[in-house]
Design a protein around this ligand. Structure first.
Ligand SMILES: [Zn+2]
Length: 207
């Protein structure tokens, strides 16, 4: 049976975390520093929920979506090998960012993929409001991405805090940065990766 390939978006498919970039440029950069991966303890949960972090960071952005997307498209860089991989098989992107900031990037690069993400409800002057869907996870207590994984066995690719719970529920994991340090800290298996050419090559070999 082939396993479904599920990829985190920010810092995994994209070279830089696009939500961080946007909040630094249009919102409160200090908030990003406070909750960034380099600040978060590699093995401990955040002192607040991830939902709270995302909601409060985007609430500091008061620029119209259209303007933010135009700015993003001039800067966003995708990790090498992703476009090729997305042409070879139907990928599932699973992100805690909002789909309104991901779909324009996919269109820009001519990529078709399935996308599960949160929703931007309002981009008004009083700050962006988002809706985080999904069930509360019995494992971590958040509306985490594990609850949104497809049925069956999954190969998961991620880099950060929001990937922790889903990585633990996946049959095979490719990890970098904070997610790799977390999995090291708890002694869970994963394969490190630098780009998607390496992942494509590794997938040719059984685990
Ligand atoms: Zn969870």
């Amino acid at each position: 049976m082939t396993m479904r390939l599920v990829l985190d978006w920010d810092g995994t498919v994209t070279v830089a975390d696009t939500m961080d970039l946007i909040v630094r440029e249009f919102g409160d950069a200090e908030l990003v520093d406070r909750f960034s991966d380099s600040f978060v303890d590699d093995s401990q949960p955040l002192p607040v929920t991830l939902q709270h972090v995302i909601e409060s960071e985007l609430a500091t952005v008061a620029t119209p979506l259209e303007e933010v997307v135009a700015w993003l498209l001039e800067r966003v860089e995708l990790r090498p090998g992703f476009v090729e991989l997305a042409r070879r098989e139907r990928l599932l992107l699973l992100s805690s960012n909002v789909r309104q900031l991901i779909e324009p990037v996919l269109d820009h690069f001519g990529i078709e993929a399935d996308l599960v993400a949160n929703d931007l409800v309002s981009d008004g002057r009083s700050g962006w409001r988002i809706e985080i869907g999904g069930e509360l996870c019995p494992a971590c207590g958040e509306r985490c991405k594990r609850q949104k994984l497809p049925p069956g066995e999954v190969v998961y690719v991620g880099n950060g805090y929001s990937d922790r719970c889903s990585a633990l529920a996946s049959a095979r994991v490719f990890a970098r940065c904070g997610l790799a340090r977390y999995l090291d800290a708890i002694g869970a298996p994963y394969e490190p990766f630098g780009d998607f050419h390496q992942i494509a090559a590794a997938l040719e070999r059984p685990l």
